[in-house]
Design a protein around this ligand. Structure first.
Ligand SMILES: Cc1cc2nc3c(=O)[nH]c(=O)nc-3n(C[C@H](O)[C@H](O)[C@H](O)COP(=O)(O)OP(=O)(O)OC[C@H]3O[C@@H](n4cnc5c(N)ncnc54)[C@H](O)[C@@H]3O)c2cc1C
Length: 248
């Protein structure tokens, strides 16, 4: 969805955010306090009516956890969003009461009094996006991959964003939030700038992820139980606590 009006906005009061994942959405919300117009540019066509899988977020097939500080910060920017997530099926759990996490290294340290939000990534993105796009200064341009940056006449600044189809979008300020597939280092190099060090060029983790559902087959004292992966015959150990909502 392209919007020609974007190109008539005074560039000096226009910011562009590339990527409408959680980082891009929250960045747009922050910039809306400073700029008259913020345009969120997203490669994918975004699901409108309900949370749904999209290619730009392949990790959304895995369960996601938000720790309390993250929940609080998003709530601060978008008041009421936590209640909307809970209404959509997210769970807010006490740790260590309701939630334990065994990593390859060890059990995560328990933080009494803290809460974690368990939520599908599709619900999180969809809910945050809906709240952010309520803001009158924020506009979405979806199905529109950015293909480069426009260099300023001084040879030092970035003054806009390029697209494969359509005119460039002029902007005073551009944020790259396109995640780990970011092309910003190459785009900056094409303008003659040195690429900044970023997670886009330095792997932050080599830990593979896999998600499956387990059902408890033998309960023991305390929180420990023996579980079996619902779709395989391999048994493993996990910890559980039945939640108020009836889940494990
Ligand atoms: C298996 C797995 C499990 C995870 N679990 C958790 C968890 O439990 N808790 C947690 O906090 N984090 C978790 N993470 C990490 C979390 O998913 C990432 O940190 C987060 O997605 C980064 O958000 P982002 O907005 O920076 O980037 P992304 O979510 O990658 O969003 C980037 C966006 O940019 C768009 N885009 C890309 N290129 C372009 C372009 N050229 N033009 C326009 N748009 C473009 C993409 O379509 C996408 O919408 C997990 C990650 C993985 C892989």
């Amino acid at each position: 969805m392209s919007d020609d009006k974007d190109n008539h906005i005074e560039a000096h009061d226009h910011a562009v955010v590339l990527g409408a994942g959680v980082a891009g959405l929250l960045a747009a919300r922050v910039l809306a306090d400073r700029f008259a117009r913020v345009t969120l540019v997203e490669r994918d066509e975004l699901p409108g009516d309900a949370p749904a899988f999209r290619p730009g977020l392949p990790q959304s097939r895995h369960v996601h956890v938000l720790w309390s500080r993250g929940v609080a910060l998003i709530e601060e920017l978008l008041p009421g969003v936590t209640d909307r997530l809970l209404a959509g099926g997210a769970l807010l759990l006490d740790t260590p009461g309701d939630f334990l996490w065994l990593s390859p290294a060890d059990w995560f340290h328990q933080v009494p009094g803290e809460k974690v939000l368990l939520v599908s990534r599709e619900l999180l993105d969809w809910t945050v996006r809906r709240e952010v796009l309520r803001h009158e200064r924020i506009r979405l341009r979806s199905g529109s991959p950015a293909t480069g940056l426009v260099g300023g006449p001084d040879g030092r600044s970035v003054t806009g964003v390029e697209f494969r189809d359509g005119d460039p979008l002029a902007a005073r300020f551009v944020i790259d939030a396109t995640g780990r597939t970011s092309k910003a280092p190459a785009w900056l190099a094409a303008l003659g700038h040195r690429a900044p060090r970023s997670p886009g060029t330095t792997p932050v983790s080599d830990t593979p992820a896999a998600t499956t559902r387990f059902r408890p087959i033998r309960r023991a004292a305390g929180r420990a139980c023996t579980c079996r992966a619902a779709r395989t015959s391999r048994a493993g150990r996990c910890s559980y606590r039945r939640t108020a909502a009836g889940g494990w």
